[in-house]
Ligand binder design. Sequence first.
Ligand code: BES
Ligand code: MN
Ligand code: ZN
Length: 461
Amino acid sequence: MSDVILDAADGSTIPVQAMTEAETGPALESIPAGAKAFAAISDFKGKAGQLLLVPGADGALAHVLFGLGAGGDPMAFRTLAGKLPAGTYRIARVPNGMSIDQIALAFALGSYRFDRYKAHGGERARLVAEGADAGEVRQVAHACALARDMVNTPANDMGPLQIETIAREIAELHGATIAVVAGDALLEANYPAVHAVGRAADPARSPRMIEIAWEGAGKDRPLVCLVGKGVVFDTGGLDIKPSAGMRQMKKDMGGAAHALALGRMIMAAKLPVRLAVLTPVVENAISGDAMRPGDVLASRKGLSIEVGNTDAEGRLILADALTRAGELEPALTIDLATLTGAARVALGPQLPPYYTDDEELAGQIEAAARAASDPVWRMPLWKPYAEALDSDVAEIKNDPDPWAQAGSVTAALFLQRFAPAGPWAHFDIFAWNPRSRPGHPAGAEAQAIRGLYRMIRDRFA
Ligand code: BES
Ligand code: MN
Ligand code: ZN
C-alpha cells in the first residue's frame, strides 16, 4: 500500500476547508472572494459529503470545500479521500472538536483500494498531516489495509501457507517469535479439533496452529492474547453451503487477519504489554477424509464435542485456540471471528456484536470504540440458551437446538466453555462491506480493531 499520509509537503499543497453545515457561513468568510463566490453559485452548504473543487485563475484546482453536515464523526473524512482527484492536500481548517490524527486516519482508511489483480492501480490523493503523529496514523492504517487485503484476496492466493508467511513477516518485523504446528503434528501437539476441521484439505493447504509471542516491551508486562478464526475457505464441509452462502467464504479468515493486524498495531506502537497472537488456520473442505455430521471430536480442553453440523467449524477450531490461550494465563483475551450469519441478521453488516461478562472490560470497549469511531454493539451471553448446546452423546455439540434461535449468542456461549478464566471478549465480525459507499468500497472492511487498539492502550497505560 502506498503511503497517502505525508509528514511534510514536498511541493505545494491544495488547501481543504472542511466545515459543518453550521460552520459554513463564517468559514466561507475566511476564504478568498473568488472562491466564496464560486461556493455561492455552486450551492455549497456544507452538507455531509458535499465536495466542491474550486479552480484558480489558471483553471487548476486551488481550493477544496468539504461538507461535514451535522458534524461530529471524523470518519466522515473517509468520504473525502474516496472523492478527491489525485494530488497533495492539506487540511486548512480542522473542524471543532476533531483531531488531525483522526482526520488523517480516516483519510488513509478511505483511500484504500484492492487493486492486486488490476493492471492499473491509479494515482491517489495524498494528505500532508501537519501536527499529526503521522507515524502512528500510518501504522494503524497499514494494519487495517493488511487485514482488508488478506480478506479481499481469494482463497486460491490466501491459503494456510500464505497466512503463515504473513504471520512470519509480522513476527520478524517486530522481533517476535513464531511457532507453527501443521498437519498431523497437530494431533501430537494436542490440537485435535483444529486437525479434524482442516484435515480434508489438500496436503499443500494443511491445517495449522500459528502462535506469535512478543515481549518487546518487557518480560514482566501483562499478557494480552489475541485469537482469530482463520478459515481460508468455508465450503460448509459435508453440510455443504448453498452457492449464494458459499460465494463470500474467502472472507472466513477475517478473524485471523484482524488478530494479526491488531497484533501488528500493538507491536509497532510498543504498547506496554506482552502479546500472544493465536490463529488456527484451516480450509473447511470436502474429501473422503472430511469430518462428518455426527462425529464426536476430542478437544484440547478434554471436552468431547459432537459435530451436529460441519458448517459450524469456526467454533471448533476456536475451542482449541482459546484453551491454548488459557494455558498462557493472559491478563486479557480477545477473539475475533466471522463466526455466524446470525450476527449479521441481528445487527447488519456495519455493527459487529461483541460478548463479555466482564462489566469493566465492556465499559472500556464501549468508550474506546466510541472515541475511535469504530462501532461495536454488546450482546448478552444469555446463560439459559446454553442448554441448546447439550448433546445426547458428547459433552457439548456445535449446532445449537433451533428453539434458542439466537445463533450468534449460542455460538458465543459455545466459545465461553473454552475461554480463559480471566477477562475475555468475543467479537463476531462481518469484515465486509456488501455495497460501496464513498470511502467504503465494497469488499473487505476492518472492524473493531481500531477501537480495540485504543482500549488496550488505555487499559494497560
Ligand atoms: N463462516 C460461517 C458464518 C458466516 C456466514 C459469516 C456468512 C459471515 C457470513 C460459519 O462457519 C457458519 O457457517 N456458521 C453457521 C453456523 C450454523 C451451522 C450453526 C451459520 O451461521 O449459519
Ligand atoms: Mn461454516
Ligand atoms: Zn465459517
